[in-house]
Ligand binder design. Structure first.
Ligand code: ADP
Ligand code: MG
Length: 174
């Protein structure tokens, strides 16, 4: 397979643990990044996006599941945050009802989505449903349900994320 690094395997014991992983990734993001999330209903994809928002300096309370609207954009800074970031917004997509490149266009995503991603980070729930419509350059996050509140997260860095995954690993080292 092309340009895919070794997965970073992580355990989360509660919802805050999943947010912490999201935060660490958010702190490593640059404008134009794609975070591709997969995992069954209730796995914690939206919970992860709350942490991601925090890591980007945005208020996590804006984050809710975009299941019915398909796409939401968050641009309110976290209270007290004074970070001057090149990332202006987090775009949160729920691909559950999107199955094709044409469906993506219906929410304003054209080609590799670069126009939509300008100045923003894009997080996509149910990303694998988009198949090859999704650019290869992305961080894939697979969340698996385990007994009680535990979750297993596999982070798979592709393209330009490969050079940055070590930063995430370090930020999460115990
Ligand atoms: P999804 O978006 O994958 O459908 P949500 O993030 O909306 O899932 O919901 C996950 C639910 O599971 C939340 O109610 C959250 O509080 C709970 N939860 C319990 N343990 C965890 C954990 N370790 N990680 C993420 N969520 C957890
Ligand atoms: Mg969700």
């Amino acid at each position: 397979m092309a340009d895919v690094g070794e997965p970073l395997e992580l355990e989360s014991v509660n919802a805050e643990g999943t947010m912490r992983i999201g935060r660490a990734i958010g702190a490593c993001c640059v404008a134009g990044d794609i975070i591709a999330l997969d995992g069954e209903l209730g796995a914690g994809k939206t919970q992860f996006v709350r942490g991601l928002a925090q890591g980007l300096g945005l208020d996590p309370r804006q984050v809710s599941s975009p299941t019915f609207v398909i796409v939401q954009e968050y641009d309110q800074p976290a209270p007290g945050s004074d970070t001057e970031s090149a990332i202006e917004a987090l775009i949160h997509i729920d691909a559950y009802r999107l199955r094709s490149a044409e469906d993506l266009e219906s929410i304003g995503w054209e080609g590799d989505g670069s126009a939509m991603r300008e100045g923003a980070v894009v997080a996509i729930e149910w990303a694998s449903l988009l198949g090859s419509a999704l650019p290869a350059d992305r961080l894939a996050v697979r969340i698996e349900h385990e007994p009680s509140d535990c979750r297993h997260l596999s982070l798979i860095a592709q393209g330009r994320w490969r050079a940055r995954i070590a930063q995430v690993r370090e930020a999460l080292a115990p």
